[in-house]
Design a protein around this ligand. Structure first.
Ligand SMILES: [Zn+2]
Length: 376
């Protein structure tokens, strides 16, 4: 017998969408049921406060879907260098269907990490750098800033920015860049803006850890200094000695002893584990938002599922970063079952852009399609 009880009303405008804490939602009545091949009998409900009807499926990750997927398997395959088409062949579905599942899974892991970050106690310093890849065409390179723990190699934040193609180019290439830039030109302030968000994320690591001071290691890019100079919060923390920014030349050997080793390590992992970032691949990203959804899912795998080191007892990067294993276990039970709601969590700007598919893809007209339920 199905014993499901709706936890709240689905209508974001209804009082019972956010029932007061400690007061279970009871303002509903049973409203029949329907049967599907994938999920069997699905009970329906009606909110007696606002009159909205909904079903058990409304609260599930697989809302609107007709086929059940193993999201753990999908994540592992994606993080083992499987391309979207290879995944489609494995599951015998179209690539679009795979991307839809990855989008759902990405929103689930963003919510998972946001909830767990409320209980973390990080005690380590940080390193940040930009991972360079591209989307749509090599004329539109991007910088994915990563904020990584120096001891745990846990990725605390990732932010994407499209940058202008640089480096040596032939006359024809320069001409092509000019033509393409008439249709889309990267924001010249993009790098500063993106690093500013990484700075904000490092301040929240400092406050969550409740420690006296934190050091952030970066290379010597001028944009990083400009971002720091534009932050009022950074000025206060730098002056009081609670926040220290240290730089190292990017020409120093990328060995284990380099303070930027954590980000260099991530760079290597992304190049070998995510097919779209492999050098000279034909499986490059075609949509910035989809690229960030895949990255979010990969980072969940890196942070919470993968062993910190392949030798010795299993320990995830999240445990080393001061995440509580009890809370991880509790949230994991819900992760692939119950849908995360946008109205129920407070996201960082970068996560908000991934969730709502707000980033602009070069040469693409109009906004990305976003199903109505994703915004609720
Ligand atoms: Zn209602």
């Amino acid at each position: 017998m199905n014993t499901f009880i709706p936890p709240f009303c689905r209508n974001p405008k209804c009082f019972y969408h956010q029932p007061p804490p400690g007061l279970p939602y009871t303002a509903f009545e049973r409203w029949g049921s329907y049967t599907t091949r994938a999920f069997g009998r699905v009970p329906r409900f009606r909110c007696t406060c606002c009159g909205t009807t909904f079903s058990q499926q409304t609260f599930r990750v697989d809302y609107w879907l007709k086929r059940v997927y193993d999201y753990t398997d999908l994540t592992e395959r994606l993080a083992s260098c499987s391309s979207i088409r290879a995944l489609g062949r494995a599951y015998q579905v179209a690539g679009k269907s795979i991307q839809n599942r990855i989008g759902r899974a990405a929103r689930q892991v963003i919510a998972f990490e946001t909830i767990l970050s409320c209980y973390r106690k990080p005690k380590e310093d940080l390193a940040a750098d930009g991972f360079e890849s591209f989307c749509v065409s090599q004329y539109y390179p991007n910088n994915i800033h990563l904020l990584v723990g120096t001891t745990s190699q846990f990725v605390y934040a990732a932010d994407h920015v499209t940058i202008r193609r640089k480096g040596s180019m032939t006359r024809e290439q320069k001409k092509k860049r000019e033509t393409l830039e008439q249709r889309y030109r990267a924001d010249p302030q993009g790098l500063c803006r993106s690093f500013f968000r990484i700075l904000e994320a490092s301040f929240s690591v400092l406050s969550d850890g409740g420690r006296p001071s934190l050091t952030l290691w970066t290379d010597q890019k001028r944009e990083y200094h400009r971002s720091l100079a534009s932050s009022d919060c950074a000025a206060g923390l730098l002056e009081s000695g609670r926040f220290v920014h240290r730089t190292i030349s990017s020409r120093v050997p990328r060995s284990r002893w380099n303070p930027l080793f954590p980000v260099n390590y991530l760079d290597r992992e992304l190049r070998k584990d995510l097919h779209e970032h492999v050098r000279e691949t034909v499986c490059f990203g075609r949509n910035v938002n989809a690229q960030m959804e895949r990255l979010s899912l990969y980072l969940y795998y890196h942070n919470f599922c993968k062993a910190h080191r392949s030798r010795g007892a299993f320990q995830s990067n999240a445990l080393l970063a001061g995440y509580d294993p009890r809370f991880i276990a509790v949230e994991r039970i819900k992760l692939w079952e119950w849908r995360a709601w946008h109205t129920k969590i407070d996201l960082t700007m970068s996560d908000e852009e991934t969730w709502m598919r707000l980033r602009r893809t070069p040469l693409k007209n109009g906004k990305d399609y976003l199903p109505k339920h994703v915004a609720a």
